[in-house]
Design a protein around this ligand. Structure first.
Ligand code: ARG
Length: 444
């Protein structure tokens, strides 16, 4: 019962490649420092390579009584190469070993997320590029506000995911710090060279304090927090796709491969993939809160509580990589319906701001222009007309200085075209955004 309770090999075996990499670097350093002979170090490195092959070919026998991935690998190494295997752990503790192994795993995961983020950003930018002329109602409070281009809407998500990727780069700086050399908690008497181990595994720095080194899991909190924000952004995108796929909007058709039918209602095409992704954000947020709670109140230095840092991260890793890949595929195959968006632009008085701005151009103070426009909207609404369908006489009854020149201004395409402020929805501004996103993709 207790062995089951304390077991971690059932899941930390996923870290086998990183554990072997770290152990090989440690063995090479022991050889360089003359703590072991060069021949012994080489024997350890080769033996670990054999263990790796056994694991990858499914021939490795995992033993629960050996607790974790580290003990399983070391025990097998000793079975394979004999006495020298027992020297691998010289100057090392499982406390600093697990730290380095898990940091390597998290670093590999974050780099994979960055690749997947780039794939999604590319898919979003691809759709944006082919919908620069497509207009739809931009919403605030989920109410019709002003017309925007679909490219602009899609690019908004590109920037969220670009920030996510930048956050991962920042997080990686701290993940890639090696705790090896801290040993159990206080350092060791062997003449180790920890910085050379760090460099061997591709890290740039080592810890300055051995107690901090073996008990710091800030990097897991940071990584889980990056994961949580990625899920926030995916979930917002999903919510929007679900809404736009509803026939009352009808802005898009979900690819068949990414939607499901109903067992009872033949007409249904359900956005299950987007719903699941929106739902999966919950588990990732949970893992963030879970690691924060594990760390709170832990005395220095290593405590077994820290073993609880892994399962949540493994699950976040699976959730993030699958969600990003699935969303990229969906985004590439998504079919938008520009006609539906165009006709939606005709209702909701999306051009009310244009009329107000037009009145300002005639010399009215903005507040007054806003008031007159409000009256124009009320008049049109009462007559069942759009603003641009009011006659000049009707408009002039609200403000005598309105002329024919008002009508082109009320056109949705014109409203979009004129919004060329930096980051605005105007075509030149969107073109600049798209170029910047493509530049980012070329560099990342
Ligand atoms: N499986 C353990 C963990 O994940 C490894 C470290 C164990 N150290 C110890 N002193 N029991 O944290």
């Amino acid at each position: 019962m207790v062995a089951d309770y304390t077991d971690s090999q059932s899941y930390d075996r996923h870290l086998y490649a990183q554990d072997i990499r770290a152990s090989q670097a440690h063995a090479r350093m022991l050889g360089r420092q003359g703590i072991l002979t060069e021949a012994e170090a080489a024997e350890l490195v080769d033996g670990l390579e054999t263990v790796r092959r056994e694991i990858e070919e499914g021939r490795f026998v995992w033993k629960r009584e050996l607790e974790d991935v580290h003990m399983n690998i070391e025990a097998r190494l000793t079975e394979l190469i004999g006495e020298t295997g027992k020297k691998l752990h010289t100057g090392r503790s499982r406390n600093d070993q697990v730290g380095l192994t898990f940091r390597l795993y998290v670093a590999d995961a974050l780099k994979a997320w960055q690749k997947d983020l780039s794939g999604l950003i590319e898919a979003l930018a691809g759709q944006a590029a082919s919908h620069q002329e497509t207009l739809l109602p931009g919403l605030t409070h989920l109410q019709p506000a002003q017309p925007i281009s679909l490219a602009h809407q899609l690019l908004a998500y590109c920037w969220m995911f670009i920030r996510d990727s930048a956050r991962l780069s920042d997080c990686l700086k701290r993940v890639q710090t090696s705790p090896l050399g801290a040993a159990a908690l206080a350092g060791t008497t062997y003449p180790l060279d920890p910085l050379s181990v760090a460099k061997d595994v591709g890290f740039k720095a080592i810890y300055d304090n051995s107690l901090d080194a073996v008990s710091d899991r800030d990097f897991v909190v940071e990584a889980q927090s990056c994961a949580a924000l990625i899920m926030v952004h995916l979930s917002r995108l999903c919510e929007e796709l679900i809404l736009f796929a509803n026939p009352n909007f009808g802005y898009l058709r979900l690819p068949d491969a990414y939607s499901t039918g109903s067992s009872i209602m033949p007409q249904k095409k359900n956005p299950d993939v987007c719903e699941l992704m929106r739902g999966k954000s919950g588990r990732v947020f949970g893992h963030l809160l879970s690691i924060l709670t594990v760390l709170k109140g832990l005395p220095l230095a290593y405590n077994r509580d820290l073993q609880e840092d892994k399962e949540g991260f493994l699950d976040s890793h699976t959730t993030i990589t699958s969600s990003l890949t699935v969303m990229a595929g969906l985004m590439r195959e998504l079919v938008f319906v520009p006609e539906r968006m165009a006709s939606a632009c005709k209702s909701g008085f999306l051009n009310a701001t244009e009329l107000a701005d037009y009145l300002v151009s005639l010399g009215h103070p903005f507040r007054e222009a806003h008031h007159i426009t409000g009256k124009a909207v009320a008049m049109a609404e009462a007559l069942g007309l759009r603003l641009e369908e009011l006659s000049l006489v009707q408009l002039q009854s609200l403000s005598a200085d309105i002329t024919e020149s008002v009508y082109p201004v009320l056109d949705a395409a014109c409203a979009v075209r004129r919004r060329e402020t930096p980051g605005g929805t105007g075509p030149k501004s969107v073109e600049r955004q798209l170029a910047k996103v493509r530049q980012w993709l070329a560099e990342n």
